[in-house]
Design a protein around this ligand. Sequence first.
Ligand code: NDP
Length: 432
Amino acid sequence: KRRDPDQPEFHQAVEEVLRSLWPFLEANPQYQQAGILERLVEPERAVLFRVPWVDDQGRVQVNRGFRVQMSSAIGPYKGGLRFHPSVNLGVLKFLAFEQVFKNSLTSLPMGGGKGGSDFDPKGKSDAEVMRFCQSFMSELYRHIGADLDVPAGDIGVGAREIGFLFGQYKRLANEFTSVFTGKGLAYGGSLIRPEATGYGCVYFAQEMLKGIGRDFDGQRVAISGSGNVAQYAAQKVMELGGKVISLSDSEGTLFAEAGLTLEQWESLMELKNVRRGRISELTGPGLRFLAGQRPWALPCDIALPCATQNELDAEDARALLANGCVCVAEGANMPSTLEAVDIFIEAGILFAPGKASNAGGVATSGLEMSQNAMRLHWTAGEVDQRLHGIMQNIHHACVHYGEENGRVNYVKGANIAGFVKVADAMLAQGVV
Ligand code: NDP
């Protein structure tokens, strides 16, 4: 905190990990002696660069670009790019730090990184987005590579942006390599990658619910966000017989009291991915838009926060408990504040931190890299089956390290399970 006083999200992410890791470190002094934690909180490298581009009016615009390469202990840096006005070094350090543990949990050989820009794709034309992406990649390309650092999408970086970024990388590097994941199917992408984070989150919640003899069938599920993760979490919940009672964006919440219908979900996909509209524009029988509200005051059995960091605070946590919510699985990164997490854990309900429950996206990115390396394509069924298996294994690892007093503390389990593999690799590789 003394070194970087202006990075509250990063401090929050480190504090969450430290709280559950501390007793483990005391019992395992070899990690302390090697200064593992002190090294893990400093990025191996962070680059900051100017991104100049010309808008449709011919004016020069300048944004900031970043790539934080946090840890390469167990594999090449891997983590998404975020384009959002709130992006700064502290936000990306929090995301990169989380990514190190998450990637380790997947059991695939991927280190951790994150990058992005304070550019806002909202309201920009396709041509503006393309010019921005090309300028961004003109600098980033010298810092990434198939065996060095493999970015992917995140908030504000979807199929369109990845296409433009990959195209420019290929042109500059003069090679077609697996330097990006989340690619379109026509140029090396993997089936199920778009669905993977949302599906994975639901698969993880399914495993948690099994532990208390429940499942999604007939349950009311509150989902926040309406982007990539929220869309596919909603689809999987509906497939499993659950009722999706909400979606949201930064302007408010769409309440579907009787549950979203399949036709409404299809309209959502068209609205968000083709027309690039707002969730308030999704109208129909049983749908009501609650301007300026978050979904957490709505009565539900299961909550899946899938929008952004710190979107669920102590007051929201209390409202969820009061309304009978029994399970919270994070689809977004750090959507719950530290206070909210404490409230869930104290109440003894099922709570999964994003680094465990949203790891399905990066896991499937790892599968995309494998397919690219072997120059073949697995079927959707094959990828989905592997994704399902990976989420079950992550759940198993959380239970192994997180069991206390007859309950599973998934925060503790995920942090320790993610840490051990990275720490052992660092011990073996010496002080670097
Ligand atoms: P998208 O850009 O597709 O969607 C983001 C959604 O979150 C939009 O509905 C957006 O609404 C909403 N949102 C963003 N900022 C805010 C805010 N300040 N307040 C309220 N709502 C907000 O992103 P993704 O779905 O890909 O990512 C969502 C979360 O999941 C992020 O935390 C991301 O890091 C995490 N994640 C994503 C993975 C992936 O594979 N895509 C993998 C693992 C984690 P609006 O349009 O109003 O901004």
